[in-house]
Design a protein around this ligand. Structure first.
Ligand code: GLN
Length: 477
């Protein structure tokens, strides 16, 4: 972190005792955003005035209030599909480009109650549909590690902002890999929690049975700290289980002797680039040397995961996005002759191509003649994949896999071929289909960043973070 050379966990100790003033900390990050973001474009909105005002308020708090705030003074960026009261929340879409929510998402309230300072709203693929942050109404985001390449997506703005040190942490959302994949491409760390761990209240829905909000930072410990805050119980979301993650310091002890790490055969076969395979194999070697035990496992049905995911997510998206009709809120096409005309024009002009493609696909797979052939079949495959993971976790504590088949690709390389873009999600979608948690950590930082993914059984974020922390320590050595 700027001039503190430390993690959030360490910086909070300094802000709490007044060694670092929150206003100074926030100003330094605002300066960096102003200097660096013109070429990266990771932010849609920068909340300079609000953030400074809030920083001053925090600086005036007495010590005993600060103790209650685990994120005291920490600037955080929020993906622009997470509602912020009184602050534009656009989903990077024309449909919502002047939408100002009247309420905060629960996670935003939780962060603020913990003392965090919301510094801006980050760029993303429109409605979180994409893997490259190239479909935003507000322009593409560039990868800070190589500006001719994509940062990944859809939470590309959040991952790029953390990677460029424009902010120490950010929130993203992950429906099929949108936190983990951009983190892998930008060389930072990101977690998709267990489905139901974090409240989705105020997250603009893409595919409700898959969506989860999660933290992005540069250190596994910081991920645990953020998760503890955002996983509080929330009565506003009936799928929020109310199982708060407890950030126990014992998780971060590096001792992984005896831990069983499963390597799925299917994830190291055809389609994986040598560059990614070699980086992962280096990590496997280090884990072995540290006393972990790697075992080969098999997930026979993950070969159908991409197909099942793109049927289920489009089906849910077509239903969730039906609400954008120009009547209640959001964009409305002007000068239409009739109600039907207004609906048609609003949706034709308000949504971009990828969003329309998904709505059409989703409507198709749910239509009466095709429901059994597509949606129902995909739902059954989802169960088979969940069974595969359950069986695999009888043999191992965590699974290690690639996050994406290659390092970040060039801007524009896959925009004309949606299928190619969809295939890049091959290693991430299964965690969403089955609800299990997954984390991406940088396992190689020279040249282009490459991430490693760990997955664990549902609710086992402690085991997941333990493995990830050990791997982070080994990768740095
Ligand atoms: N790339 C995937 C998709 O386009 C995942 C998106 C996400 O996780 N929000 O559907």
């Amino acid at each position: 972190m700027i001039n503190t050379g430390s993690t959030i966990t360490e910086t909070v100790m300094k802000t709490r005792c007044g060694e670092i003033r929150v206003e100074d900390l926030v100003s330094r990050f605002l300066d960096r955003i102003q200097k660096e973001d013109s070429t990266i474009n990771s932010f849609i909105s920068v909340l300079t005035d609000d953030a400074l005002k809030r920083a001053k308020q925090l600086d005036s708090l007495p010590g005993y209030s600060r103790k209650e705030m685990p994120l005291f003074g920490i600037p955080i960026a929020i993906k622009d599909n997470i509602c912020t009261a009184g602050i534009k929340t656009t989903c990077a879409s024309k449909m919502l480009d002047s939408f100002i929510p009247p309420y905060n998402a629960s996670v935003v309230d939780m962060l603020q109650n913990a003392g965090a300072v919301i510094i801006g709203k980050t760029n993303m693929d429109e409605f979180a549909m994409g893997s490259s942050t190239e479909t935003s109404r507000f322009g593409i985001t560039r990868n800070p590690k190589d500006k001719e390449r994509i940062p990944g997506g859809s939470s590309g703005g959040s991952a790029a902002a953390v990677s460029a040190n424009l902010v120490p942490a950010a929130l993203g959302s992950d429906t099929g890999g949108s936190i983990r994949q951009p983190c892998s491409h930008c060389g930072v760390t990101g977690l998709k929690p267990t489905y139901g761990r974090v409240s989705r209240y105020g997250l603009i829905a893409f595919a409700s049975s898959l969506d989860q909000i999660g933290p992005i930072a540069t250190d596994v410990r910081d991920i645990g700290l953020l998760l503890e805050t955002i996983s509080q119980e929330d009565k506003h979301d009936s799928t929020c289980a109310g199982k708060q993650f407890i950030n126990n310091p014992d998780i971060y002890n590096k001792d992984i002797r005896g831990m069983k790490i499963g390597l799925p055969e299917e994830y190291f076969g055809e389609g994986l680039s040598d560059q990614v395979r070699n980086s992962l194999m280096e990590l496997v070697k280090k884990l072995d040397e540290a006393g972990a035990k790697t075992v080969s496992i098999t997930l026979p049905n993950v070969q159908y995961a991409i197909a099942a995911y793109y049927i289920i997510c489009t089906a849910e998206a077509s239903s969730n996005l039906a609400r954008y009709d120009g009547v209640k809120y959001g964009y409305r096409a002007p000068e239409c002759d009739s109600l039907i005309d207004m609906y048609t024009e609003t949706r034709s002009r308000g949504f971009g191509d990828e969003v329309k493609r998904r709505i059409m696909l989703g409507t198709y797979v749910l239509s009466s003649g095709y429901y059994d052939a597509y949606y129902l079949k995909a739902a059954k495959i989802r169960t088979l994949i969940a069974d595969d993971f359950k069986n695999a976790f009888k043999e191992c504590d965590v699974i290690l896999s690639p996050v994406a088949p290659t390092a970040a690709f060039k801007l524009g390389e896959k925009t004309d071929d949606p299928l190619k873009m969809y295939l890049t999600d091959i290693y991430t979608v299964s965690a969403n289909l089955t609800g299990i948690p997954g984390i991406s950590i940088p396992c190689k930082t020279s040249d282009l960043p490459i991430g490693a993914q760990f997955m664990a059984p549902s609710w086992k974020e402690d085991t997941l973070l333990k493995a990830a922390f050990a791997a982070q320590t080994l990768s740095e050595s």
